[in-house]
Write a protein that binds this ligand. Structure first.
Ligand code: ADP
Length: 516
């Protein structure tokens, strides 16, 4: 009785066979898994007559081994049940009656979930090792270049000529920029891989998002003598759509950044096509087209995979990490969209981003609807002109930074745009300088030794409010921007948050923006 109950409820499938491997009996779970309704339908049968007949030989071999050696055996095996294949851990032991072996007793339990989990863990582990191997290669290459060039520049054997020194410094600069791009891309990618990127559906003015990104790229386009324009924007597209402005900005920055990198001459255009619009949502297609080098047909699918580049040779012409499009694709997919590419080698490439964005009530969000700012960005100004213009309007600027190296770099760059660059090493010094001078702009490092940059910004905003002065544009600078850092600084009163070291063209852009 007790034995019957035990057999009935034990969470393992149990069976017993005679010396010829014919079934003598089994428990309920065995019948249930085998999809056999009654015990009579299995008793007396061999594996050859049952649903798993194709494994008959294997099972018989194990049975014989146990019968002949009188030793139990355990193995993980594949069992073909009528409706599915499972992984099972099976133990077979000799069935002994009155001192004689009379057959085999078998017990198995389903470990398919465990095996699946193991497979996933192994795959994740492999992906991690691959990722680390590629990342360490991507980091080491520019670092080795930087160290090598610095050594060469210092070596007594190297003839000291201004041109030579300039060339070493240029190499160091470009390798360092590459290194920074690699680190930024890796951090973005890691964040996306861990699903830490939170997509928000907030009201946004799509026209403005596109115009802002295009504007950001205009200095680079001018440098490369490439025309950058917004080609088409459908007038009947609802003005305010719900979406993630940050993700969309990043998508456009990556696509336009690539278009600029791979286009030597000609035109880069951004266009929006309205595919379908209902009261609830708008299906749009954002097109980024260039007249650059193009992509070979057999690489078109691959370029969206991480670390994939058309030319990954050491001597490749264009820098990059091969992560940009992987990040872009992931962001598009997080927005429930789709990204495609068409390209002709030597003629150019076109990337299409298909998105469905919900429509927001335009009346509610009327403050977000402004007249288009920048469709006029068809032909762009020369960078030199920007510089002259900025010098004409140059004013006093405050740089708050404690790291002497970053301080020197930023001070030098700011001096291109402002007559007076005052430097404060900490928050207290910054507040004291703020009391003495009227600054056109403040660049504020967030990680300061005494007060945090955010505390200093808060204090400045309070003092401005108290004396009813108009707010000074403040750019918060941080080594790595994430959503948390950004919102803390914006909340403290910063106008923008940017990552360090700040590029000259970014300074040109903010300068133009705030001195307009
Ligand atoms: P990378 O940092 O190398 O640019 P991406 O993931 O952004 O990495 O792009 C992967 C590869 O796809 C690039 O190395 C390049 O070979 C190709 N590619 C991307 N965009 C373009 C484009 N607009 N024109 C030509 N090739 C491109």
């Amino acid at each position: 009785m007790l034995l019957d109950q035990l057999l009935m409820h034990v969470p393992c499938a149990i069976f017993w066979k005679d010396l010829n491997s014919h079934f003598l009996g089994c428990n309920e779970l065995f019948l249930k898994l085998a999809k056999i309704d009654r015990l009579e339908n299995i008793v007396g049968k061999s594996d050859l007559e049952l649903p798993w007949a194709n494994r008959w030989e294997e099972y018989r071999k194990d049975d014989l081994h146990v019968i002949e050696t009188l030793e139990s055996m355990t193995r993980i095996e594949n069992i073909a049940l009528p409706d599915r294949e499972i992984f099972a851990k099976t133990t077979k032991i000799p069935l002994i009656d009155k001192g004689r072996v009379v057959g085999v007793l078998g017990i198995y339990h389903d470990i398919t979930d465990l095996m699946e989990a193991k497979k996933h863990a192994e795959a994740a582990n492999k992906a991690k090792s691959d990722f680390l191997a590629v990342v360490s290669h991507e980091l080491r290459t520019p670092l080795t270049g930087i160290i090598g060039m610095a050594e060469l520049a210092q070596s007594p054997k190297t003839p000291v000529t201004p041109r030579g020194q300039m060339s070493y410094l240029k190499h160091i600069e470009s390798a360092s920029k590459h290194l920074l791009a690699v680190v930024n891309n890796i951090l973005d990618f890691a964040k996306l891989e861990e699903d830490k990127f939170d997509i928000k559906n907030k009201p946004m003015n799509l026209r403005e998002v596109i115009a802002d990104v295009t504007n950001m790229m205009k200095v680079k386009a001018t440098e490369r003598k490439v025309i950058l324009c917004i080609d088409n924007y459908p007038p009947d597209l609802p003005p305010i759509l719900l979406g993630d402005q940050k993700a969309l900005t990043q998508i456009l920055l990556n696509l336009l950044g690539n278009a600029l990198k791979f286009t030597e001459k000609g035109l880069i255009s951004v266009a929006v096509k309205l595919v379908e619009v209902t009261q609830e949502a708008a299906c749009i297609c954002i097109k980024v087209e260039d007249t650059g080098v193009g992509i070979p047909e057999d690489k078109l699918d691959k370029i969206f995979e991480r670390f994939e580049q058309v030319d990954s040779s050491v001597a490749r012409v264009y820098g990059g990490t091969g992560l940009g499009l992987a990040v872009t694709k992931k962001l598009v997919e997080l927005m429930q969209g789709n990204i495609r590419v068409k390209s002709k080698l030597g003629k150019g490439s076109t990337f299409y981003v298909d998105l469905t964005l919900k429509c927001a009530d335009a009346k509610v969000y009327s403050q977000l609807i402004e007249q288009p700012k920048s469709e006029e960005i068809i032909v762009l100004e020369e960078p030199k002109k920007i510089l002259t213009k900025s010098l004409e309007k140059a004013q006093r600027v405050l740089l708050v930074e404690d790291d002497p190296l970053i301080q020197m770099i930023h001070q030098n760059k700011l001096e291109n745009f402002f007559y007076h660059v005052d430097v404060a090493q900490n928050g207290t010094a910054a507040l004291s300088l703020f009391e003495q001078y009227n600054y056109g702009m403040i660049f504020m490092d967030i990680g300061l030794p005494d007060l945090t940059g955010n505390e200093v910004i808060q204090e400045i905003r309070m003092r401005e409010k108290a004396r009813q002065a108009s707010p000074t544009p403040i750019i918060a600078l941080t080594a790595y921007i994430d959503e948390d850092n950004r919102s803390k600084s914006l909340h403290a009163g910063a106008d923008q948050v940017m990552s360090k070291p700040i590029e000259t063209e970014t300074i040109a852009n903010v300068f133009q923006q705030y001195s307009a």
